[in-house]
Design a binder for this molecule. Structure first.
Ligand SMILES: Nc1ncnc2c1ncn2[C@@H]1O[C@H](COP(=O)(O)OP(=O)(O)OP(=O)(O)O)[C@@H](O)[C@H]1O
Ligand SMILES: [Mg+2]
Length: 708
């Protein structure tokens, strides 16, 4: 052959293989582990500084932190000759190499390796890759201490990214390590990465999750273990096994693609596949694969809805595996937006499908292994199959599910009877219809498991009963606006509906309040409950003290009064007064200062069963004195105009006062300056009042509905 023409390939090509895309430590380590799998390893250990940055960067300067990442396997290893022939060849296809082949020797694994570039992946994150590997046949020779032993010949070399990536087509000779040529008792390979770019090692837990996602199903004789090099054996989180990637699926949503076997459990010839739903029923309109140029490309695995929206990107969408190694992940097979069930698909669709033909005859896996070559003809056919699948899943699974949730809700909640009971009048058909519609809208989007909880069902019912009349009112108002005549009957209809809506609102408030009261009745007898907790409760729900009181909305005047009073109090008594402060609920306030109908309310709350002591009464007397003085102090005229008087409420179960204090207490009570209530009386009273209110609201509603 003439040597007139010559083609050379620069070593910079290596850099162009997409190494930069290997920017995630887990992706890099997955490549190294894939090689261990192909080498029939049963154990792989990954030792790394978990959760750490591998280098720091300041003012554009990168400083390596001296960490190493090691991947150690007990596979067949390599002799120095094999290192040259296999490892140091870039782009040699092992499946075409008779010495290595497409299946592993010992366990018959269908090897993951194909392109002959995986070993370069570490250079996506580091500068130096050290390889120590012992392999070949069992031989006798000197070990590292010069003793004769039986074992495996070792290769030890150090590869340096900067030297590889020279703009030359000359040979590259990696540095030789001190173990090179020795015999070691065990075969296997150690890859050590050093001198890193600024990359982050995931925490041991997320590392585990990432690796389990990258390698499909765990197989027999195959174990990956992670170790945190920053910890010692006894530390928690020192080590973790890589298990199965687990996604909790919504019950009944799964569609499976499987191979069928004959009666003696052998594959048919040609092989047979089928699609089944979660009850085992065959689904004939979704094929377990597709045909392209008269060849059938089977898909094995499942798709379905996850029970909860995606917790991370790892579980999102359909994971596509080739020979148990992740090849791509897709949510909707590149489909255009705007199809039935799209929202659900985008937030719930999950799946794990195996397409082992992806790199068989044709290699559809991108060089950087981040995705599949969808534009390839076969890729297009696959994509089309996937899109059909997504569309079917979108329209099939979700709608019946929704209908099912509504049916389930109808059963559990007894909604129709409840609505009829609340709005029984003939004229109230619209309100009933709208109430049920609202319940339907909410229930349909609720998950089945949520519907099993009584509380959720109740709150949907209550909300619908509350909103139903309002929506109807809104419709009626719109109707009236469009109807230019506005006959009196329309107006009457509106007023009646408005009344029902209003009463529904009142009833709801009273109902909510009663449940708060019940809660307090429980809390009251719990010794753990602190006065501080009651204090903040009273500030937020002052109607507990008096049903007519409502929560104070942030109000400039009252804040001024509070701060001014605090200053005044300090001046008079030298004591810092602590008033309730929501920004720090842990700090107990001296008392609650509130205002209702322009009266300043001082509320002193004592723990249930507590007896009021003389010194506590002294303090209350001081509050009263200072408050009186404050309100009549010169300069406070404006405040006095707004807040004309003040009142003290003491919530306390017993009064243990004597002498002067006892007299003072009585005196204030007689003047109506002070109200004393005990816990049980106060709760009972509040509850009675609210219940009465609720009953009245009910009665009014009935009245209003009967009149119609
Ligand atoms: N841990 C290992 N134990 C034994 N041999 C190994 C190991 N790692 C790599 N090799 C050898 O080095 C070769 C090159 O590895 P590399 O990952 O570059 O290519 P590949 O695995 O054949 O293909 P791919 O690029 O698809 O991963 C492998 O085919 C294998 O023969
Ligand atoms: Mg490989």
């Amino acid at each position: 052959m003439s040597k007139k023409y010559k083609m050379t390939i620069s070593r910079l090509t290596v850099d162009k293989l997409g190494l930069k895309l290997y920017d995630r430590v887990s992706a890099v380590i997955a490549e190294v582990i894939a090689n261990s799998y192909d080498a029939d390893a049963t154990n792989v250990e990954v030792i790394a500084p978990m959760g750490e940055y591998l280098a720091s960067k300041s003012q554009g300067i990168l400083t390596d932190k001296g960490y190493t990442i090691e991947v150690k396997d007990n596979g067949i290893g390599m002799t120095p000759d094999e290192v040259n022939a296999f490892y140091l060849k870039v782009g040699a296809e092992r499946r075409k190499d008779p010495k290595r082949g497409g299946t592993s020797k010992k366990y018959g694994r269908r090897v993951m390796g194909r392109k002959g570039i995986g070993k370069l992946a570490p250079f996506g994150v580091c500068e130096i890759v050290e390889l120590i590997t012992s392999g070949g046949d069992l031989t006798k020779g000197k070990d590292e201490n010069g003793n004769i032993i039986e074992g495996y010949l070792t290769a030890h070399l150090i590869l340096d990214r900067a030297n590889i990536l020279q703009d030359t087509d000359a040979e590259y000779n990696p540095e030789v390590g001190e173990l090179d040529g020795v015999i070691r008792a065990k075969h296997g390979t150690l890859i050590r990465l050093k001198t890193f770019d600024r990359r982050h090692v995931p925490t041991i837990e997320s590392f585990e999750r990432q690796l389990s996602q990258r390698f499909g199903v765990p197989s027999e004789h195959w174990k990956i273990t992670l170790y945190d090099s920053l910890k010692t054996k006894t530390d928690p989180g020192y080590t973790l096994h890589v298990g199965e990637f687990f996604v909790v699926k919504m019950e009944g949503s799964e569609i499976r693609f499987e191979e069928i076997y004959d009666s003696s459990n052998k594959p048919y010839n040609p092989r047979k596949y089928r699609t089944v739903d979660s009850s085992g029923q065959e689904l004939t309109d979704i094929t377990p694969g597709f045909s392209f140029e008269e060849v059938f490309y089977p898909i094995i695995g499942w798709v379905g809805y996850s029970q909860k929206p995606y917790k991370d990107d790892l579980m999102a969408g359909i994971r596509i595996y080739c020979r148990n190694k992740i090849a791509a992940q897709t949510k909707i097979f590149n489909m255009k937006a705007g199809f039935t069930g799209e929202y659900d698909i985008r937030s719930y669709l999950v799946g794990e499908i195996h397409a082992d033909w992806l790199d068989e005859d044709e290699d559809l896996i991108r060089t950087d292994r981040q995705d599949i070559l969808w534009s390839h003809e076969l890729g297009q056919a696959f994509e089309q199959w996937g899109q059909e699948l997504v569309k079917k899943v979108g329209s099939l699974t979700r709608e019946p599910k929704r209908k099912k949730t509504w049916q389930l809700f109808e059963e559990i909640s007894d909604i129709h009877n409840k609505v009829l009971h609340a709005f029984p009048g003939d004229e109230q058909r619209d309100i009933r219809k709208n109430t049920v519609e609202i319940a339907k809208a909410i229930a349909r989007t609720t998950r089945e498991d949520e519907l099993q909880e009584g509380e959720n069902v109740d709150s949907i019912i209550n909300l619908s009963l509350l909103l139903g009349p309002h929506i109807t009112l809104d419709h009626k108002l719109n109707e009236a606006a469009e109807n230019s005549g506005n006959p009196l009957s329309v107006i009457t209809g509106i007023l009646k509906t408005a009344r029902i809506a209003e009463l529904a609102g009142f009833g709801k408030i009273a109902e909510d309040r009663i449940s708060v009261i019940r809660k307090i009745e429980e809390l009251k007898d719990d010794p753990e409950t602190l006065e501080g907790a009651f204090q903040s409760l009273i500030s937020e729900a002052p109607w507990l003290i008096n049903p007519q009181w409502s929560p104070v909305i942030a109000n400039q005047n009252f804040s001024t009064l509070k701060t001014e009073f605090q200053k005044f109090y300090k001046k008079r008594t030298g004591i810092d007064l602590r008033l309730e402060n929501f920004s720090d609920p842990a700090k107990r306030a001296d008392f609650v200062l509130s205002s209702q109908d322009n009266i300043i309310q001082i509320v002193e709350i004592k723990k249930p069963a507590h007896g009021l002591e003389n010194n506590e009464m002294d303090r209350i007397v001081t509050y009263i004195d200072v408050m009186a003085e404050f309100l009549s102090a010169p300069g406070n005229e404006e405040l006095k105009k707004i807040y004309s008087d003040y009142h003290v409420t003491i919530v306390c179960d017993k009064i243990n006062l004597t002498k002067v204090q006892k007299a003072a207490f009585r005196g204030y009570k007689n003047e109506n300056r002070l109200t004393h209530i005990t816990w049980s009386i106060f709760l009972l009273r509040t509850r009675k009042m609210h219940e009465a209110f609720l009953n009245e609201a009910e009665r009014q509603k009935k009245l209003a509905t009967e009149k119609q």
